[in-house]
Design a protein around this ligand. Structure first.
Ligand code: ATP
Ligand code: MG
Length: 248
C-alpha cells in the first residue's frame, strides 16, 4: 500500500538573527507512520529543525510541508497545533500553568474540546506517561524526569498526527526510559525523534537522518547508519554498544 507523505523539507535553510546558519539546504521526506531519528552532535541543528517544523521559528515559505501545511504561511499556522505535537528539549518551555492538569488540558481546550472530553484526554495522557496521580502538582516543582513526562502528556493530549520528540529520554531513570520506549513503539502516529540516546533509536526508529553543521550527511536504515564507525566518529558520535563488533 502506498503511504502518504507526512513531512517534507526542501532545501530548507535557517539563519538566526546573528547570522549563524543552523540548517543548510536540508532536504528529506518522511512517509506517514514512519519513525525517524534525527541524530547529530551538539549544535547540529536538530532542535532548529523541529522549531521550524512546528512553526515556533519562522523562516522562508515553501521549505517545509507538514501534512500539506506550510508552517511559514500564516493561513496554515492555525492548523499546525492539531497536526504536529512537540515535546521541547527543555520542559520548562512547555509547562507554564498552575497545575499539571491545566497544562495538559490547555491544548485540547484550545482545540475546542468539551470539558468532559478534555478531562478524559488529560487522564488518559497522564496515565500513559506514568503520572496518573500528578494532576494537582505544580509543574515547576516536579523532578526533571516528571517534567519530561508531563511535557509528553501535553503533546499526547492533542492526539497529533505527527509527533516531534526532542531528547525525550533526557532525565528519565532506567525504568522511565524503558516505559518511554514502549510508549513510543505503541504510538502509531508519524514520529521524529531528536536524540543522543542511540540505543533508544535502535528500539524505536527504522530510519536515521544524521545532521551535522546544519546539513543532512546521511539518511538511511537505522542499523546501516549507526554501525558505520568511520562516519559516526567523523560526526562526533559513537556506534552504540549493541552494534559494536563482538556485542552479542
Ligand atoms: N537563538 C539562536 N540564535 C543564534 N544561534 C542559535 C540560536 N539557537 C541555536 N543557535 C545555534 O544554531 C545551531 C544549531 O542549534 P540547535 O539547537 O538546533 O542544535 P541541536 O542539534 O539541537 O544541538 P543539541 O544536541 O545540543 O541539542 C548551533 O550552532 C546553535 O548555537
Ligand atoms: Mg537540541
Amino acid at each position: 500500500m502506498e503511504r502518504g507523505i507526512a513531512l517534507q523539507a526542501r532545501e530548507a535553510t535557517h539563519r538566526y538573527a546573528d547570522g549563524r546558519v543552523a540548517l543548510d539546504r536540508v532536504t528529506f521526506t518522511v512517509a506517514t507512520g514512519e519513525s525517524v531519528a534525527i541524530v547529530g552532535p551538539n549544535g547540529a541543528g536538530k532542535t532548529t529543525l523541529f522549531l521550524r517544523l512546528c512553526g515556533v521559528l519562522i523562516g522562508a515559505r515553501d521549505q517545509f510541508s507538514v501534512l500539506g501545511l506550510d508552517p511559514a504561511d500564516p493561513k496554515h499556522r492555525k492548523q499546525l497545533p492539531q497536526t504536529v505535537g512537540v515535546v521541547f528539549q527543555n520542559p520548562d518551555d512547555q509547562l507554564f500553568s498552575a497545575t499539571v492538569t491545566e497544562d495538559v488540558a490547555f491544548g485540547p481546550l484550545n482545540l475546542g474540546c468539551s470539558e468532559a472530553e478534555t478531562l478524559a484526554r488529560v487522564e488518559k495522557s497522564l496515565a500513559k506517561v506514568g503520572l496518573p496521580d500528578h494532576g494537582d502538582r505544580v509543574p515547576n516543582k516536579l523532578s526533571g524526569g516528571e517534567k519530561r513526562r508531563a511535557a509528553l502528556a501535553t503533546a499526547l493530549a492533542m492526539r497529533p498526527e505527527i509527533l516531534l520528540l526532542d531528547e525525550p529520554s533526557m532525565f528519565l531513570d532506567p525504568r522511565g526510559r524503558r516505559e518511554l520506549i514502549a510508549l513510543i513503539r505503541e504510538l502509531s502516529c508519524t514520529k521524529l525523534i531528536a536524540t543522543h540516546d542511540l540505543e533508544l533509536v535502535l528500539d524505536t526508529c527504522s530510519r536515521v537522518l544524521l545532521l551535522d553543521c546544519g546539513k543532512v550527511v546521511a539518511d538511511g536504515p537505522t542499523v546501516e547508519i549507526l554501525s558505520d564507525a568511520v562516519r559516526m566518529e567523523q560526526h562526533g558520535l559513537e556506534v552504540p554498544q549493541r552494534l559494536q563488533r563482538g556485542a552479542g
